[in-house]
Write a protein that binds this ligand. Structure first.
Ligand SMILES: CC(C)(COP(=O)(O)OP(=O)(O)OC[C@H]1O[C@@H](n2cnc3c(N)ncnc32)[C@H](O)[C@@H]1OP(=O)(O)O)[C@@H](O)C(=O)NCCC(=O)NCCS
Length: 168
């Protein structure tokens, strides 16, 4: 089944989300039951196979926990999830997204993200466990300005119109 035939849905059960993340070797130590990131994902036959998380701090956000189970890679699921979460974030007032990655820098660069300064990162982003230690210092730190046809800081296309609800 291609990504175009599948729906992205909000996810709230950590029992469904965490196994996908740990199965993709992504950190979960900072995901608390009391205030988890907002997660979205794809299901196949009822099981969650791909997820993405968003931590929002007013006008900035941390895109995190992008994971596609190995058997479902290469079908565009990650690209769809990133596009969706960007549009969702924009609809919630997020102007810039930040992320850390050790494994998918080229993927995000191809999606319009560019290198960001750790020193100049918003305080809220610097305060996240991912930024302050959970992700290794060798991680690439990237950002993307949302909602601009011609971002000043980074090359790349603007996300589609805001979509607060999953695609049907
Ligand atoms: C990275 C990951 C999310 C990609 O998922 P996916 O659904 O296979 O990706 P897509 O099918 O949407 O790929 C879209 C494009 O990105 C490319 N791509 C995929 N993974 C990539 C990576 N790690 N680095 C560079 N490019 C990548 C694909 O080849 C494809 O390119 P194309 O359009 O030219 O064919 C998946 O491999 C994964 O879960 N990895 C482990 C966890 C991880 O590293 N997460 C990211 C850190 S937050």
């Amino acid at each position: 089944m291609s990504a175009l035939q599948m729906n992205i849905e909000p996810l709230s059960s950590l029992d469904e989300i965490l196994p996908v993340l740990t199965g993709c070797n992504l950190p979960v130590a900072d995901i608390s039951v009391s205030s988890p990131p907002q997660f979205f994902g794809f299901r196949v036959a009822g099981s969650v196979v791909a997820v993405v998380g968003l931590e929002q701090f007013q006008s900035v956000g941390l895109l995190r926990s992008l994971a596609v189970s190995p058997g479902h890679r290469g079908r565009g699921l990650a690209r769809e999830l990133v596009s969706f979460v960007e549009s969702f974030a924009l609809s919630q007032g997020v102007e810039s997204l930040f992320l850390l990655t050790t494994t998918a820098e080229a993927f995000f660069v191809a999606s319009g993200y560019g290198p960001a300064s750790r020193q100049e990162a918003p305080q809220a982003i610097q305060a996240t466990p991912q930024f302050s230690g959970l992700c290794p210092s060798s991680s690439a730190f990237l950002s993307k300005r949302l909602g601009r046809a011609n971002p000043a800081a980074h090359a790349g296309s603007a996300p589609a119109a805001p979509a607060a609800e999953p695609r049907s």
